[in-house]
Design a binder for this molecule. Structure first.
Ligand code: G4P
Length: 543
């Protein structure tokens, strides 16, 4: 029998209802690592902040990072952090953002039910945030905003709201409002309760939770605490907000018409707790929203999940890989037999783990919204669907538009077989997109979302497959797929674009600039381009 029994279905429903699975989207240096750590601090998962960074540093000094990672001092490994807060179980999926920005960053967003957009108050909406926001938008998931670094000289908060609306096309409605900025940043006003929360700086530099004093707006002590002119300004701002923007509305937030905005300073913990408290109400539980990609499944059904990321172990002594499965429905039990949709074969899920930073702990059970790491020797691929009973509608894992391109030459022809095998496996794993000339001639062209993907692929071909390869960067800046309803004869585009095919045989055009792309679109009648590949299965990858 595959359908859960009534008591099990009710347990699954309860467990799912308390889960919130989300990611933080931001531009490098906006404070994602800092905020992540502070969420863990307030969630009680760590006692003092500083531990995650310290752990990272210690790890890279000691052990099983690949050399590349050591040399550059960055973390390639994404982590899934699970912690509890006020009866809720939060799964925070890390989106690699610095040099390790890659397709994995985008793919992670297919496995979350909501996102937190972290904005540096001095910088506003930056490039990487815009790209990640677009992916969340396409999926139809709600997005909350945290404006960070309010303890620094920042832009006018009204300006920031305006920019979010103009650049991202979503109404930004504050949940909290800052009291002062930079050296006068004292706390936040909470619009739903009308309370002023003043934070006290302490000597721990944010290592411990911030002490808070709470006052009503009409508290006679308030002018003495924040200054009479500052209080008058706050009241004026609040009136303007009420008149202009109204209040956050859960339905509008879940419909992506609004983003609720919080202000704070992650480094000093100001505003973090208020954010967490409200976020758990505003963010949906798994399966409660019909997202654009059809992620919604009947959570109480039999087990189903999909693999959104495969992490290769860069340590030569441990060749295992970790396939990250997002549970979409049912209960996951360690050791259970499931069907792998791509092959139709039964697979036993015996090696499963959860993650805290780099530490693995064994997972016995998991529920919708959770992420389980399966230790595998290579039978899984990104986009694989695992299920019991009947396959529910799970999302397909799309490719994402690459911005970096390089040709890859096998320098040792005697190693042709290894080269081909390595490239096929790395493409299947989702480490890189492989493009070719339509007639199959010449060297393959690698397409990546982030530059580091090239180095990872080169390193792995050389170290895991014993190949010698040469990478030459190519001067293209954007790739587009030929849309299904476009003219299909694209020879006329050749003056402005390089014409290639991807591993599914779909036509891909590479452009050196937006200017050339626009020129081609104007010059070739009926040409229609798409940032995403035509809906197609990942299983037919060939390189
Ligand atoms: P990221 O993961 O988004 O790249 O950012 P990360 O948290 O590493 O933060 C980037 C820098 O911004 C860090 O400074 C961090 O301390 C600082 N920062 C984060 N949140 C705040 C905030 O609310 N206020 C202020 N003033 N600074 C903030 P760093 O000098 O690069 O590193 P560190 O030596 O402080 O760790």
């Amino acid at each position: 029998m595959t359908e859960p029994t009534a008591p099990l279905a009710s347990l699954i429903r309860e467990e799912t209802a308390r889960r919130r699975t989300f990611a933080i989207i931001s531009h490098p240096d906006a404070g994602k690592t800092t905020l992540t750590e502070k969420l863990l601090l307030y969630g009680g998962a760590i006692e003092t902040a500083g531990a995650v960074k310290a752990r990272r540093a210690a790890q890279s000094a000691t052990s099983d990072w690949m050399e590349l990672e050591k040399q550059r001092g960055i973390s390639i490994t994404s982590t899934v952090l699970q912690f509890d807060y006020q009866g809720h179980r939060l799964n925070l999926l890390d989106t690699p953002g610095h040099q390790d920005f890659s397709e994995d960053t985008y793919r992670t967003l297919t496995a979350v039910d909501s996102a937190v957009m972290l904005v540096d108050g001095a910088k506003g909406v930056e490039a990487q945030t815009r790209k990640l926001f677009a992916v969340c938008r396409r999926r139809g998931i709600p997005i909350a905003t945290f404006v960070n670094k309010m303890d620094r000289p920042v832009r006018d908060p009204f300006d920031l709201l305006d920019e979010i609306e103009k650049v991202l096309g979503i109404t930004a409605v504050p949940v909290t409002w800052p009291i002062g900025t930079h050296t006068t940043f004292r706390g936040v006003y909470e619009r739903s309760t009308g309370l002023v929360h003043l934070f006290e700086k302490d000597a721990t530099h944010g290592a411990r939770k911030a002490a808070v004093q709470t006052h009503g707006l009409d508290d006679p002590a308030l002018p003495g605490l924040i200054g009479a002119p500052e209080l008058a300004q706050l009241k004026e701002d609040l009136q303007l907000l009420d008149d202009m923007l109204g209040f956050p509305d859960v339905d509008l937030i879940r419909g992506q018409l609004q983003t609720p905005v919080f202000f704070g300073s992650a480094v000093s913990n100001f505003g973090v707790q208020h954010f967490l408290e409200r976020f758990i109400d505003l963010a949906p539980a798994p399966g409660t929203l019909a997202t654009a990609d059809g992620l919604t499944t009947e959570v109480t059904g039999p087990f189903a999940g999909f693999i959104f990321k495969i992490q290769a172990n860069m340590n030569k002594a441990h060749r295992d890989r970790i396939a990250f499965v997002r549970v979409a429905s049912g209960q996951f039990d360690r050791g259970m037999d499931v069907l792998l949709a791509r092959t139709g074969k039964v697979v036993k899920l015996s090696h499963s783990s959860a993650f805290f930073a780099q530490e693995r702990t064994l997972v016995e059970t998991a529920f919708p919204g959770d992420v389980v790491g399966l230790i595998t020797s290579g039978q899984f691929r990104v986009g694989d669907q695992l299920y019991v009973g009947q396959l529910p509608p799970l999302p397909r894992m799309p490719h994402f538009p690459a911005e970096f391109f390089a040709s890859l030459r096998n320098e040792n022809t005697a190693k042709y077989k290894q080269f081909h095998k390595g490239l096929t496996e790395l493409a299947e794993e989702g480490a890189i997109q492989v493009l070719r000339n339509p007639d199959g001639s010449g060297d393959p062209i690698l397409a990546a979302v982030g530059e580091l993907q090239f180095q990872v692929v080169q390193y792995r071909l050389e170290n895991e497959y014993g190949c010698q390869v040469r990478l030459d960067r190519l001067p293209y800046a954007a790739s587009r797929w030929l849309a299904p309803d476009s003219v299909q004869d694209v020879r006329g585009v050749g003056r402005w674009a390089r014409i290639l095919v991807d591993s599914h045989g779909d036509t891909v055009l590479l452009f050196k600039s937006d200017w050339e792309m626009n020129y081609a679109l104007e010059a070739v009648k009926g040409l229609l381009l798409s940032e995403l590949p035509p809906a197609g299965a990942l299983e037919s990858i060939r390189v």
